[in-house]
Design a protein around this ligand. Structure first.
Ligand code: MRU
Length: 371
């Protein structure tokens, strides 16, 4: 399949319609390997182990995972089998709300099925619809974010607009374009000079490995920096805006994203630099009020902190950094309070980080949070 040779999406349905194929993001940028996911267990493994990662992509993978559950469901008793599989997929990772959102959506779309055949057909149609919708959302986020970048560019006399980003909120994390990277790609396509500061994003280095790879392939000037460099760059007026993605944002404006995002927001506020969060509506949590207290923060295997992976002599190796006897802790996300966020870039436009402003873009969600 041509796409497998040089994919520009991290996921696609196999032509047999019986499995999905994904880029194994654990090996990028050093090796481009495609994995085939045929069962619910494959999908749960891929999400847990971060073969696929990034909130929108986790949602799309989970949606197809629900379809795969339908494929393996028995003719008799398919409903209970299907429900158990949905719960298993939902439990794969706790922070990105897209996971439960996508599973619930596909499961609801298939709920009316009176046979396992119908269930499979409805589940596939809904998973495809979610995938198409996320592509479209990212494209729209790009258009709205482009206007923000254009306004900054107008004051720069042709000098590059310098954007700092954290983790990977690009097409690898979504399906196409990305969220935080969509305005960057749109500005690049519009001929606006751009330079991106790429936080390496320890411990798994999604910035250094994935965002840098994406930007390099697109020919966008960028520089990888240590996670601790952002504050220094902001103090010295070397950053015009921060743009990040998110794994879950409350409808009150609190933003869960990759660990370290909060520190970038603090430094941006101290230096009067705009801090934008780009997200599709599937990443809003319409139920939680207080992100700091209520968003579940994933804690991952401490070995991701103690071991660092890289390329040496053409092979990917892991090496240990701290002493073998030192314990490590691996908090995967943090929450940036709404008061530090300049604005949200969504598929429906840009809004402030307040409940009122968010709901003014999404009035159809008001019934779900009447308080
Ligand atoms: O642990 P990860 O790699 O799944 O975390 C991803 C992030 O934190 C991204 O910034 C977020 O999902 C936004 S994706 C468009």
């Amino acid at each position: 399949m041509a796409m497998a040779q040089n994919p520009n999406r991290p996921i696609w349905l196999h032509e047999s319609n019986r499995s999905i194929q994904v880029i194994d993001q654990r090996l990028l940028p050093h090796e481009l390997k495609i994995l085939t996911l045929s069962t619910v267990d494959d999908v749960v493994y891929a999400i847990c182990e971060m073969v696929v990662r990034g909130a929108p992509l986790i949602g799309v993978t989970a949606a197809y995972g629900v379809y795969l559950a339908g494929l393996s469901a028995p003719e008799n008793g398919y409903a209970s089998y299907f429900e158990a599989a949905c719960q298993k997929i939902k439990a794969a990772r706790p922070t990105a709300v897209n996971l439960a959102w996508a599973v619930d959506r596909v499961s609801a779309a298939a709920a009316s099925a009176s046979s396992v055949e119908t269930l499979r057909r409805l589940a596939l149609a809904e998973a495809d619809a979610i995938c198409r919708m996320e592509v479209d959302n990212c494209r729209r986020i790009g258009r709205y974010g482009l206007e923000l970048i254009r306004r900054i560019a107008e004051k720069k006399n042709g000098e590059p607009v310098r954007i700092l980003t954290h983790c990977n909120a690009g097409w690898l994390a979504c399906v196409e374009y990305g969220t935080a990277t969509a305005p960057i790609y749109a500005a690049h396509e519009a001929g606006i000079p751009i330079h991106v500061w790429v936080d390496e994003t320890r411990p798994l280095n999604q910035g250094a490995r994935l965002t840098a790879w994406e930007l390099g392939r697109a020919g966008i000037p960028h520089t990888v920096i240590t996670d601790n460099a952002g504050g220094h760059l902001m103090q010295h007026r070397m950053v015009d805006a921060v743009m990040v993605g998110t794994d879950r944002t409350t409808h009150t404006g609190d933003v869960a994203n990759k660990i370290g995002t909060y520190l970038k927001a603090l430094a941006a506020r101290d230096n009067g630099i705009p801090f934008y969060v780009a997200l599709p509506s599937s990443t809003f949590d319409w139920t939680l009020e207080d992100g700091v207290q209520q968003i579940p923060i994933e804690e991952r295997n401490p070995e991701e902190v103690t071991l660092v992976q890289g390329l040496h002599d053409g092979k990917i190796f892991s090496v240990r950094v701290p002493p073998e006897t030192s314990p490590a802790a691996n908090y995967a996300f943090d929450v940036t309070p709404a008061r530090l966020v300049t604005g949200f870039i969504t598929e429906r436009g840009v809004c402030n980080a307040t409940k009122e402003s968010i709901l003014s873009l999404f009035p159809d969600k008001i019934s779900k949070n009447s308080n």
